[in-house]
Design a protein around this ligand. Structure first.
Ligand code: NAP
Length: 278
């Protein structure tokens, strides 16, 4: 039976540390503010934005909210970002993705001052990560490192397999595990004999975006299994599942993250950590 990695509890620890840091900064006369920009009315984005504002409130940081109409032009959005880049009171800027189709997402990401890019998506921050320089790191993979470390998982020297090579999860995850001195293998849709590779993993990190695809036949006995996926398999049900078939893998793994309550809560906690420590 695996030990469950409690992402909810660990994310609370991190938010409480951020709260303490904000109080300390305030006592030194410094403020902490996150600018959150949403364009349009995507309901999922509204939920995410709301959760980010609530997290700011919890840690005592200010959140400056900019909810722009769907028809906002790229130029108008760039002007707002430019204004926020120059505003000394703003420590972090976040544009909730996706933006409407008439706006170039890459251009928007690149227009944010890299030193205020709390999402860690700007190519300068991606480059800093790959050459081992300090910079903002994408929140979900940064959260996974915290989950591992705070659960007492030794990373150095371990075989780590990451399934997925997206810019926001798989690639930065692999760079972070490398930085922690794991031996890292990255798998993707063209990987031949996925099982043969994943069965070598001491630490298996799954970010495929396919509900319950990874069952026990992909997992070495005693592996640590981190499930990044979030899916609602049945639109009528409130139950969520991950990319890992939890019931199948849990008896084989030594530690495992559940869905929900594993990786999910870490993303916002690390956003707060980026805001406060960046
Ligand atoms: P993504 O952009 O769709 O990337 C999926 C990756 O999986 C791609 O690299 C793809 O390979 C690879 N892949 C797909 N099918 C495969 C297969 N059969 N065998 C091996 N590799 C395969 O997804 P993402 O944005 O990284 O997100 C992954 C999952 O994490 C999703 O479920 C998402 O909802 C979830 N997520 C959760 C959080 C959180 O806060 N917990 C944050 C972000 C994402 P190719 O590159 O070859 O296409």
């Amino acid at each position: 039976m695996a030990t469950i990695i409690d992402g909810k509890a660990i994310s609370m620890q991190i938010k409480d540390e951020c709260k303490e840091k904000v109080a300390k900064l305030k006592s030194e006369g410094k403020s902490v503010a996150l600018a959150v920009i949403q364009v349009g009315e995507d309901p999922a984005s509204s939920v995410y934005v709301n959760n980010k504002k609530k997290a700011c409130e919890y840690i005592g940081a200010e959140s400056l909210s900019y909810h722009l109409p769907e028809e906002t032009s790229e130029e108008e959005l760039l002007e707002l970002i430019d204004k926020l880049n120059k505003d000394e009171k703003v420590n972090g800027i976040l544009v909730q993705l996706p933006v409407p189709k008439h706006i170039n997402e890459d251009l928007i990401i690149r227009s944010i001052d890299p030193d205020k890019d709390v999402d860690g998506f700007h190519p300068i921050n991606v480059g800093r990560l790959s050459i081992g320089e300090k910079g903002f790191v994408s929140c979900t993979p940064a959260g996974i490192i915290e989950l591992l470390k705070r659960s007492g998982v030794e990373i150095a020297g371990k075989e780590c397999v990451v399934i997925g090579r997206s810019n926001i999860v798989g690639k930065p995850m692999s760079m972070l595990m490398l930085r922690e001195n794991a031996t890292v293998t990255i798998c993707h849709s063209r990987t031949k004999d996925l099982k043969e590779v994943t069965k070598r993993a001491d630490i298996l990190i799954v970010a495929i975006g396919k509900p319950k695809m990874i069952d026990a036949s992909y997992v070495k006995e005693g592996a640590v299994v981190i499930d990044v996926g979030i899916h609602r398999p049945d639109p009528d049900s409130k139950k969520l599942c991950g990319d890992v078939d939890y019931d199948s893998v849990e008896p084989v793994a030594s530690l495992i993250t559940p869905v929900p309550g594993g990786v999910g809560p870490m993303t916002i906690a690390m956003l707060m950590s980026n805001l406060v420590n960046g």
